[in-house]
Design a protein around this ligand. Structure first.
Ligand code: PTJ
Length: 265
C-alpha cells in the first residue's frame, strides 16, 4: 500500500485506524489533483459511516453478491465499468487490473464535470495500466434523454451499447435511467438503502477497497465455468433478499455494540 506522506501529517503505521486514514488521504490528495470532486469527500465520509456499522469487513452476503456480479459480467455481451473520481483515487490499480483481465472497458462518467477532471482521471488510470478507457473523447459521446445530470453523457462504444453496467459509488437517479434503457445494473454501495442500491439488479454492500480485489479472485474461480453454470449463479441470486440480510447484519452489529456498552464496567 502506498504511504501517504505529507511533511506535517504522516500517519503513524501503528495508528489503530491507519488503513482507514490512508484511504481518506488518498481521497484528499485526489481532490487536490482534480481526480475527486469536492462532494467526493462527503460521499467517502458517508461510506465510512456505513462501513463502520457493517464491522468494516466483507459479509458473507456481500460475497454472494460479488460472485453473482462476476458471473453476470462473464455472461454479458457488452459489459462496462463506470468510473468516477472516488474510484479512480481509491482503487486505480485494482480497477484497471479487473478491467484488463475481464476485458471490460472502463468508462469515465462524472457527476461533476469540472474542467480538467476527465484528463486527471484518464492519467491516473493509464498510469495504473488500464488498457481500455472510454468516456474521454467528446466526438464519441452522446446524451441519454432519461437523465438530466452530467452523467447523461455516455460513450457510443461504452454505456450506450452496453447490456450491463457496473456503477460503483453512484448517486441516485442514474440507475433508474439506465434501467429504463433496458440495461442490467451492478452497484457497489455501502449504503444498502440508497436509491441506487434498491434499484440495481445486483447490489454489493461492501467497501470498494475490499470488493475489487475479491472480484478479481472470483473471476479466477469462475472464468472457466460453462455458460449454464454462470447463469445458475446469477439466477439463484435475489437482490431484495440480499439487501434485507445486510440490513439484519447492521441491526445485529448495533445490538452487539449496545450489549458491549451495557456490560462495560
Ligand atoms: O466523481 P463524480 O463527479 O462522478 O462524483 C462522485 C460522487 C461520489 C461525489 C457522486 O457520485 C456522489 O455524490 O455520490 P453520492 O450520492 O454521495 O453516493 C455515493 C454512495 O457511495 C453513497 O451511498 C456512499 O455510502 C457510497 N460509498 C462511499 N464510499 C464508498 C461507498 N461505497 C462503497 N465503497 C466506498 N469506499
Amino acid at each position: 500500500m502506498v504511504d501517504y506522506k505529507n511533511n506535517d501529517d504522516e500517519i503513524p503505521r501503528d495508528h489503530p485506524r491507519y488503513q482507514s486514514l490512508n484511504f481518506r488521504h488518498k481521497i484528499i490528495e485526489g481532490m487536490k489533483d482534480l481526480v475527486v470532486a469536492e462532494a467526493g469527500l462527503i460521499a467517502h465520509g458517508r461510506g465510512e459511516c456505513f462501513d463502520y456499522i457493517l464491522g468494516e469487513k466483507t459479509s458473507e452476503v456481500a460475497y454472494q453478491a460479488i460472485k453473482a456480479s462476476v458471473a453476470a459480467l462473464l455472461i454479458a455481451k457488452h459489459p462496462i465499468i463506470s468510473v468516477n473520481g472516488n474510484i479512480a483515487a481509491l482503487v486505480p490499480h485494482q480497477i484497471s487490473k479487473l478491467s484488463n483481465l475481464m476485458n471490460i472497458p472502463l468508462e469515465i462518467n462524472l457527476f461533476y464535470r469540472k474542467e480538467g477532471r476527465i484528463e486527471a482521471i484518464t492519467k491516473i488510470l493509464e498510469e495504473s495500466g488500464a488498457l481500455k478507457i472510454l468516456g474521454k473523447d467528446d466526438l464519441k459521446m452522446v446524451e441519454i434523454n432519461e437523465l438530466s445530470s452530467n452523467r447523461r453523457k455516455v460513450d457510443l462504444e461504452g454505456i450506450f451499447i452496453s447490456d450491463i453496467v457496473m456503477v460503483p459509488l453512484e448517486d441516485g437517479d442514474r440507475t433508474e435511467a439506465l434501467k429504463k434503457l433496458g440495461k442490467k445494473i451492478i452497484t457497489i454501495d455501502l449504503n444498502p438503502i440508497s436509491r441506487t442500491a434498491l434499484n440495481a439488479d445486483i447490489t454489493i454492500v461492501d467497501n470498494i477497497i475490499r470488493t475489487i480485489p475479491l472480484m478479481i479472485k472470483f473471476y479466477q474461480e469462475l472464468k472457466n465455468l460453462k455458460m449454464e453454470e454462470l447463469e445458475k449463479i446469477v439466477n439463484k441470486f435475489n437482490n431484495k433478499d440480499n439487501i434485507s440480510k445486510t440490513l439484519d447484519l447492521i441491526i445485529d452489529y448495533i445490538k452487539k455494540e449496545k450489549i458491549k456498552l451495557l456490560n462495560k464496567s
